[in-house]
Design a protein around this ligand. Structure first.
Ligand code: PMP
Length: 402
């Protein structure tokens, strides 16, 4: 056993067995109310019609649906990705600049392959997506946190961070950011800040990787224009079918500036050859043949109601010293307890009380104790959300009082 473990690379050993992995395993326990996993709600998909479409794909496309395809993705899926991006707020994406990937997680990995050397810095907003942090560690990159407030990235702090890194002689591979309804914070970066962030990155010669899985889950029905809409030349924009259709189909994409596209898709090919042909066909059909925008509008309404329920329950049951960002879209609510509280410790008590959340430590490269936590409302009924908050109340309120 120990000898076998000698075969593990430094890289594999460096990936933190994060508290979050444990949380997600624990969260499967049916006796717990899980506010941990940000799964999309799939029950309201048109499942009968979809199963017919899925069955018809092989009949309609023959062996093509089961065959190898091209590295960049099918023409039809790249066109469908452009349709989705138009609804995100990028009306004129060129399908020639799109690379289809098995989800945006794979696109993040591809960005590391294509743009980063071992030891480089990736600048991340703090907090940021745990899956991206894991990928950065895998590629032996140094994730450097830059500050946020309840509206996301703080431009002045980004400028300071990039200036400091330049003074230290560090190579910055890219800025990784989730400007719309971020995971985990739910924050929405205002348009003015988007322009500032783009200008700062331009000034420092830093590429932006903009990850936008939640942009269309806007509770007011108006997605905010992505950074890539106005600053295309310096942005690699990531989209996905995961939140608007299905994460199980594993279809996402990157919209890549022309000058970077070739290396990007060669990097992608070296990892996975191409995304599943069959899944690309199913996703294409969802966009072309179904009322997909109607589905997004419907689930967005559902998420909005759930977010409202969650906010109401927190206001009723939790000490007002707990601050949180009121979600305006997406899947998550981010709460901050008074300084000194360790939410990693609190998690164990929460599980004993019958509910589970993800402690903030998972979402930051900054070591130490963290008094933050993430609650996901996307996959939990209103009754269960309230029940979860109620179960956690004694744990939270005691931690605040301590
Ligand atoms: N980026 C962010 C910000 C996410 O929240 C997620 C999913 N949790 C992903 C990427 C990965 O999504 P996909 O299923 O497209 O790989």
């Amino acid at each position: 056993m120990s000898q076998l473990r000698d075969h593990l690379s430094q890289r594999a050993l460096g990936v933190k067995q994060s508290a979050v992995r444990d949380v997600f395993d624990i969260a499967m326990d049916p006796n717990l109310v899980s506010l941990a996993g940000g799964n999309p709600w799939l029950d309201d998909l048109p499942l009968t019609e979809l199963s017919q479409t899925a069955a018809d794909l092989v009949a309609k496309h023959g062996t093509e649906s089961l065959q190898y395809g091209t590295g960049q993705g099918t023409d039809e899926m790249r066109a469908a990705a452009c349709t989705v991006m138009a609804a995100d707020g990028i009306p004129d994406a060129d399908p020639e600049h799109v690379v289809i990937t098995p989800g945006s997680q794979a696109a993040i990995d591809t960005a590391c392959r294509a743009f980063a050397n071992p030891g480089d810095v990736v600048v991340v907003e703090d907090p940021t997506f745990v899956g991206a942090l894991t990928t950065f560690t895998t590629w032996e990159l140094d994730a450097v946190a830059t500050g946020t407030d309840d509206q996301g990235l703080v431009p002045e702090q980004l400028d300071e961070t990039l200036t400091r890194l330049k003074d230290e002689g560090r190579r910055v591979a890219f800025l990784y950011t989730i400007p719309s309804f971020a995971n985990p914070s739910g924050a929405l970066l205002p348009t003015s800040r988007r322009d500032e962030v783009a200008a700062i990155c331009q000034k420092h010669g830093v590429l932006i990787v903009e990850d936008n899985p939640y942009g269309q889950i806007a509770f007011d029905g108006n997605p905010v224009e992505p950074i890539a809409a106005r600053h295309r030349d310096n942005v690699v924009y990531l989209g996905t079918m995961s939140k608007i259709f299905s994460p199980g189909v594993r279809i996402g994409w990157a919209l890549v500036p022309a000058a970077l596209k070739r290396e990007f898709y060669l990097s992608a090919e070296s990892a996975f050859i191409h995304a599943s042909t069959y899944s690309q066909m199913l996703s294409t059909s969802f966009v072309n043949d179904f009322d997909w925008t109607g589905h997004v509008a419907h689930v967005t309404q559902l998420y909005r109601e759930r977010a409202n329920t969650l906010v109401g329950a927190i206001r009723e049951h939790w000490d007002p010293a707990v601050e949180f960002i009121d979600p305006r879209g997406g899947f998550f609510l981010w709460a901050t307890l008074p300084e000194g509280v360790d939410t990693l410790e609190m998690m164990a008590e929460g599980i004993k009380a019958g509910a589970v959340f993800v402690p903030g430590a998972a979402f930051t490269p900054v070591e130490g104790t963290h008094s933050t936590l993430r609650l996901a409302y996307s996959f939990v009924s209103a009754e269960k959300l309230t029940e979860g908050v109620r179960r956690l109340a004694p744990v939270v309120n005691e931690a605040v009082a301590r």
